[in-house]
Design a protein around this ligand. Sequence first.
Ligand SMILES: Nc1nc2c(ncn2[C@@H]2O[C@H](COP(=O)(O)OP(=O)(O)OP(=O)(O)O)[C@@H](O)[C@H]2O)c(=O)[nH]1
Ligand SMILES: [Mg+2]
Length: 267
Amino acid sequence: MLNLWDCGGQDSFVESYLTSQRSNVFGAVAVMIFVFDISSKDGGADMDSFAANVRALHEFSPHSRIFVLVHKMDLLPTDQKLQTYQQRTADVKAICADEGFQSHPIISATSIWDQSVYRAWTNVIYHLVPNAATIEAMLQKLAALLNARELILYERATCLVVTHITRGSEGSNPYADRFERISSILKTHKHSMAKHSGLMAAEVTFAELQIKTGGFMFFITRLTENTNLAVVMPSDESSFNGARVNIQLARREFAHLDSVEQVDASS
Ligand SMILES: Nc1nc2c(ncn2[C@@H]2O[C@H](COP(=O)(O)OP(=O)(O)OP(=O)(O)O)[C@@H](O)[C@H]2O)c(=O)[nH]1
Ligand SMILES: [Mg+2]
């Protein structure tokens, strides 16, 4: 159960979060995602605002985690991107440390014009999924049993990557953004199904998607209540069929990990 509050960034709104709504906005928070507009003319004021938010968060949810998006990177000239990002990263870390946060902020450079926003959100989702490390260890075993080249775990509602297991030669796959690209394809597919069925995109689900080529075979299917699993196999029909059956059998091993308990600030 994820409760997401999208808080507008206009000064008057921010002022009220920090004052009259302070305990309401900053209480019982698991993660805060702070988005910097890197093209903003007043970087100093943005940092001050960040510091004020971090202070309020520390006061009401000291065990929460801070994610920072250094956003609209596409608007910076290429030769300034790295330096600007590094400077912002250093400032953000210094503020979080000053305000007493023990855990480091997780900072990403993002733009809506590439796959970076998906990747940044994946970090957030990974942090919020209960038992992620245990699930990963089990997937590692499953990948070896199936002789899969890659397993990719997606959160079902958002189609975002939670984690992946990459084996053998797949480690040198040159398409580093393939997980995010699949997210994007699945989302587009959901919207297309929603359009043709008259349902809301959030209500649309699919049973299985298969892609078979001479070089590899791929399928994606439900693993648990909240996750889909994508499997990349060598191009071999019988291993492919065996893997599909084995994933069905593996579901019950994963079922108890898909905990419905609330992930709150203290867990
Ligand atoms: N160039 C560029 N423009 C972006 C990017 N992300 C958002 N924008 C543009 O920025 C404008 C504001 O985007 P919103 O998503 O409304 O921003 P917001 O943070 O929700 O704004 P508030 O809710 O008012 O705080 C829109 O015109 C977007 O198209 C980006 O990565 N690059
Ligand atoms: Mg907004």
